[in-house]
Design a protein around this ligand. Structure first.
Ligand code: AMP
Length: 424
């Protein structure tokens, strides 16, 4: 029985239609270019990972690694999930394939689809795409800055202007425990006046109290202790170096003491790139930081690393608003338009022309007039029209759509003529 309603896409996912795809291609090319320009190599890890990797590597307590995780129906003995982000998979691959033995740090990047079963809203999808960049195997804060430069360079290179870099340090295992104690001591007497989510955070993940967006907690947050005042010597020095190198790169940053990552394996630098024109909670185009404790969390040797992820959907959206205009290329430069039942002949002309220019053939049974109307909508640079008599003589009428000039051209001359025109 046919369905009662026409079937549409699932909630929270979106189709990228050809007109928009051209903008995506520009963003993708730029991503590859900026990553490679910094010596990063492309890696591609699977969309499916073992649940355990994500639960440990992203964290079951986080939304992405917990309640928003897309779990696949269990088959056999493996529990599989769709990746909500790329870092855990990239770090796993780094160890699994012995990149530990190669030059350090391994500079890796990837682009692709990520999945989170979140409440769909503007700028937030269940399948979305990220550029993910990771430098694994060296603790120097210079790599933190390198990641920031790549992220800013990608977005800036695409013409985005109102970008703001927010920066914080969340310390490490040496100084963070004492800070958290201080934070809990500050919040404990206020517990009853906090939002229920924050009451819970106070018990489970106090650092996350700082990135609470609830208005009722705002006045308490403003007076909360700041971790950057409590950093140990090594963390303070690293933080100073990051700021100094950002300065050297001409990248302005705004210190944001409320920027945190809720997981223990994050250390020191955290950053976010926000766009002032995007309001609300979805204003971040990308974010990242140092995660020196992640490797151990997923069962490998302690290894310092830093990285970031930025979302294509939001970057492409902002390109539409303030980037350079991307004019989608025509579907084909040449359209072969046979006038009459000339499928085989039209196909042959198509094959010849395709060697030099993208070529489509109108195989429909429409009238010539209707085919020319369709050609106008398709927007090729040329059409090659041919009737039965012309097909017999192996010629077409090559017409330039913009100027309207038309000339008779032999099939065999066609590639050479198109090539010359394209070069001109
Ligand atoms: P995160 O991995 O959560 O730090 O996110 C990094 C970036 O990925 C964000 O700044 C967004 O640009 C993008 N992003 C994250 N989640 C989503 C989503 N559900 N829909 C669209 N983009 C997202």
């Amino acid at each position: 029985m046919p369905p009662s309603q026409p079937i549409k896409a699932a909630r929270g996912v979106r189709d990228i239609m050809p007109a928009e795809r051209a903008v995506w291609s520009v963003a993708e090319r730029a991503a590859h270019q900026v990553a490679r320009a910094h010596g990063y190599q492309e890696i591609q890890t699977p969309i499916i990972e073992l649940a355990q990797l994500i639960e440990r590597g992203v964290g079951e307590e986080t939304d992405a690694g917990g309640k928003e995780l897309f779990r696949l129906v269990k088959r056999g003995h493996e529990e599989l999930v769709l990746r909500p982000e790329a870092t855990a998979g990239v770090v796993r691959a780094y160890f699994q394939h012995g990149l530990t033995q190669g030059p350090q740090p391994a500079r890796l990047y990837t682009t692709g689809a990520m999945f989170r079963y979140s409440q769909p809203q503007a700028g937030r999808y269940r399948q979305f795409h990220q550029l993910d960049v990771e430098a694994i195997g060296d603790a120097s804060p210079a790599y933190d800055v390198e990641c920031i430069e790549i992220a800013m360079g990608w977005m800036g290179g695409l013409g985005l202007r109102g970008l703001r870099l927010e920066l914080n340090s969340i310390g490490d295992q040496v100084c963070r425990p004492a800070f958290i104690e201080k934070l809990v001591a500050y919040y404990r007497p206020l517990k009853d006046r906090l939002h229920p989510d924050c009451q819970r955070r106070l018990e489970t993940n106090p650092l996350r109290l700082l990135d609470c967006k609830e208005e009722q907690c705002a006045p308490f947050k403003a007076k909360a202790p700041r971790i950057t005042d409590q950093l140990c010597e090594a963390c303070a020095a690293a933080f100073a170096q990051v700021r100094e190198m950002l300065d050297g790169a001409g990248i302005e940053c705004q210190l944001n003491p409320y920027l945190v990552r809720g997981l223990d394996y994050y250390t020191r630098t955290v950053f976010e790139i926000v766009h002032e024109a995007i309001g609300g909670a979805q204003n971040a185009l990308g974010g990242g930081g140092r995660y020196d404790g992640l490797a151990a969390e997923i069962g490998y040797a302690d290894t310092p690393a830093v990285g970031f992820a930025a979302g294509f959907e939001r970057v492409v959206m902002m390109m539409g608003a303030e980037g350079e205009e991307v004019i989608p290329p025509p579907a084909a430069l040449l359209l072969v338009v046979p006038d009459g039942p000339l499928l085989k002949e039209a196909a042959e002309v198509g094959r010849l022309a395709r060697a030099v220019a993208s070529t489509a053939v109108d195989y429909s049974e429409r009238s010539l007039k209707a085919k020319m109307r369709a050609a106008n909508r398709l927007g090729p640079r040329w059409v090659a029209i041919m009737n039965q008599e012309e097909a017999r003589r192996r010629v077409v009428q090559l017409k330039e759509m913009a100027g309207g000039e038309q000339r008779e051209v032999g099939w065999d001359e066609l590639p050479g003529i198109l090539e010359a025109e394209l070069r001109a």
